[in-house]
Write a protein that binds this ligand. Sequence first.
Ligand SMILES: O=P(O)(O)OC[C@H]1O[C@H](O[C@H]2O[C@H](CO)[C@@H](O)[C@H](O)[C@H]2O)[C@H](O)[C@@H](O)[C@@H]1O
Length: 259
Amino acid sequence: MAEALLRRSPQPEAEESWALFLDFDGTLVDIVERPEAVFVDPALPGILAELETRLGGALAIVSGRPISFLDRRLGGHRFDIAGLHGLEHRIGGQLFLCDPDEHPRLREMVDRLAGVFSSKPGILIEDKGCSVAIHWRLAPIERDFVHATVHAALEALGSDYRVQFGKAVAEILPAAAGKGKVIEKFLVQPPYRGRRPIFIGDDLTDENGFRAVNALGGYSVRIGPGETVARERLGSPAELRHSLALWAEQGSIPFQGIR
Ligand SMILES: O=P(O)(O)OC[C@H]1O[C@H](O[C@H]2O[C@H](CO)[C@@H](O)[C@H](O)[C@H]2O)[C@H](O)[C@@H](O)[C@@H]1O
C-alpha cells in the first residue's frame, strides 16, 4: 500500500517547500505494553537523518515524551524536537526546557497520585517532571477510576492545568502545552519559516497538531484507526517507516494528496 501511495517521479523542488513534523509513539514506533519497552527500528535514526538533509533541516520530532528519552532512543543524532507536548523544544541545537520547580502544585499532586495508585497493580505513573502520565494499558478495568481521579486532581489544580487523553493514558500537564502551538513556533523560524507543514501522528494529542497544520495550508496524516481531522491515513507505524525509507532513498514524497 505504501508503494501505491508513492508519486511516480521524484520532485526535489517540492521537497524544499515542505517541513516535516513526526510524532513518536504509535507513529514512528509501535505501541507496546509499557512505556519504557518501546522498540526503535535500528534503521530509523538513519532514515530520519537522510530525510532531514533532503528537507534542508526542516524535520522535527513532536512528542509527548521528554526530549531526554527521545534523544536516547534515537541514537547520537540530535534532531530538532519538541517534547512533553510542546512544553520543551530544541531547534538548531538550542534547547528550551521546562523547569519542574516552576510547577510546585503539580509536583505535590504527583506525590499524591503515586499514593492513590500504589494500591492499583498495573497502573503505571510516568513522572515527566512538568507533566505526569497515568497509564492503564495493563489494567483496563481501572480506566474509570483513573478518569475520576484525574478529574478530581484537575479540580484541585485549577485552570493552569489540563488533561490530555491518549492511548490507555491520561496525562496532567500545563494548560499551555499543545502540539499545534509548538509546530507554529517552529514554523516562524528557519529552516521551517515559509514552508508548508506535514504532520504525522496517531493519537488524540496529535489532533491538535493536525488542526494547526490544516489551518496553515499544510498536510496531515493519521496513523491507524480513529476519528480524525487528518487529510490522509496510513495503516501502521511499519507502513509509515517503509514510506519514509522510500522517501529518504528516492526523494518521492509518499502522500497522495500532496500537490
Ligand atoms: O506524542 P507521542 O510521541 O505519541 O507520545 C504519547 C505518549 O506515548 C507513550 O505512551 C503510549 O505509548 C506507550 C508505549 O507504546 C504505551 O504503553 C502507552 O499505552 C501509550 O499511551 C508515553 O509513555 C507517554 O509519555 C506519551 O505522552
